[in-house]
Design a protein. Structure first.
Length: 304
C-alpha cells in the first residue's frame, strides 16, 4: 500500500520559466526554498495557534519570514531548535521561548523544519546544521511536523546524495562510538570539524560533538530485509553494510555515548497522538521547492 500522496502545486508561469534559465544556481536554490516555505506556512500555519516549533537550517529563515507576514501582532510562542532559529525568531520581533520552559502537558500546534534528505516513505536525514537533538525534541512534541526544503533533498532512499548520518556524541565517548560504528559496517566514521580544521571540532548547543557516519543508501520498510553480509557503496564509493532505516537508527542509538541519531522515522504526530504519545519524528507533509518556481507537495496518506 502506498504510504503517501504526491501532488504538485504552484505551476510556474512562462515568465518564471524563462527567468529560471538565466538564474544563478545559488539563487535558484534560495528561490526554491522561499517558495516551499511560503506554501508550507500558507497551508499549515494560522494566527490562532499558541505554540509553534521552528527548526534549524538554511530554509528556516524563509519559514519565519512567511510567518512574520501573517502573525506580526500576535502573541504566539515560538520554540526554536537552537541558537540560529532563536536568532531568526527574535530578529523579526516574534517571541521565542526555550523548549524546557514548556509545561509537560503542552503539545505544539505545528513544527516547521528542514531536512538534509527525505525518502519515499518520509524518513529523514537531519542534523547537517548540528541541531539534531533539539530538532527531534521539538518534532516529537508537535501535533504535526512539516518539512520544508528544496529539490536537492527529495530522494528515493536516504544517503543517495547526502553523504553521512549525523550523530551527536559526548566528547569523552568519541573513540568508543567510532569503533562501534565500524562494527556496524560504517567504513569511515569521522569527527566533524570546523573550517579551517585548526579551529577544532564542531560542537552542538549541548557542547557535544558530531560524528559523520557514511553508509550505503538506506533501505525502507517496503524493501526486503538485507542479510548481515549484504553491502553497497556509499556516496564516496566506499563499501559499507546495508541497513533499513529504523534498524540502523536503533543500533546507533544503543551505542553508549550517543545522545541522538540524525535519522527521523517511525510515527507521524497524528499517529503518535492516537497512541497516547505527544508527537512523532516523521513529517506529515514535505514541501519541495522546484527549480522552475513551482512547489511539489508530498503528504502522508490520510493527511489533507
Amino acid at each position: 500500500m502506498s504510504e503517501h500522496l504526491q501532488t504538485t502545486v504552484g505551476k510556474p508561469s512562462d515568465t518564471t520559466a524563462a527567468q529560471t534559465q538565466s538564474q544563478d544556481p545559488v539563487e535558484l536554490i534560495e528561490s526554491a526554498k522561499r517558495a516551499a516555505a511560503q506554501r508550507a506556512v500558507d497551508d499549515y500555519f494560522n494566527v490562532d495557534m499558541r505554540y509553534v516549533g521552528i527548526g534549524s537550517g538554511t530554509t528556516i529563515q524563509y519559514v519565519v519570514e512567511a510567518i512574520k507576514e501573517k502573525a506580526a501582532d500576535k502573541n504566539i510562542l515560538f520554540i526554536p531548535t537552537g541558537f540560529q532559529s532563536r536568532t531568526e525568531i527574535e530578529k523579526r520581533g516574534l517571541i521565542a521561548i526555550p523548549f524546557d520552559s514548556l509545561p509537560a502537558h503542552i503539545v505544539l500546534d505545528v513544527a516547521f523544519d528542514g531536512a538534509d534528505e527525505v525518502d519515499e516513505e518520509f524518513n529523514c536525514v537531519k542534523g547537517g546544521g548540528a541541531c539534531l537533538f533539539q530538532e527531534k525534541l521539538v518534532a516529537m512534541r508537535a501535533k504535526k511536523f512539516v518539512c520544508v526544503a528544496d529539490y536537492r533533498k527529495d530522494v528515493s532512499r536516504l544517503l543517495t546524495g547526502w553523504p553521512y548520518i549525523p550523530i551527536e556524541v559526548t566528547p569523552i565517548a568519541l573513540k568508543t562510538v567510532i569503533k562501534a560504528l565500524t562494527e556496524l559496517g560504517c567504513p569511515a566514521a569521522s569527527l566533524r570539524t570546523l573550517e579551517p580544521i585548526k579551529q577544532g571540532p564542531l560542537k552542538t548547543d549541548q557542547d557535544f560533538y558530531i560524528v559523520k557516519a557514511p553508509f550505503p543508501p538506506l533501505l525502507m520498510q517496503k524493501d526486503e530485509k538485507p542479510s548481515e553480509t549484504a553491502t553497497g557503496k556509499t556516496v564516496d564509493g566506499q563499501e559499507g553494510r546495508l541497513w533499513r532505516v529504523e534498524e540502523l537508527a536503533a543500533k546507533i542509538k544503543a551505542i553508549t555515548g550517543v545522545l541522538e541519531v540524525g535519522l527521523f522515522y517511525g510515527l507521524t504526530g497524528p499517529q503518535a497522538l492516537a497512541q497516547g504519545a505527544q508527537g512523532g519524528q516523521k513529517p506529515v507533509a514535505f514541501y519541495i521547492g522546484q527549480k522552475d518556481g513551482s512547489v511539489k507537495v508530498r503528504k502522508i496518506e490520510g493527511e489533507t
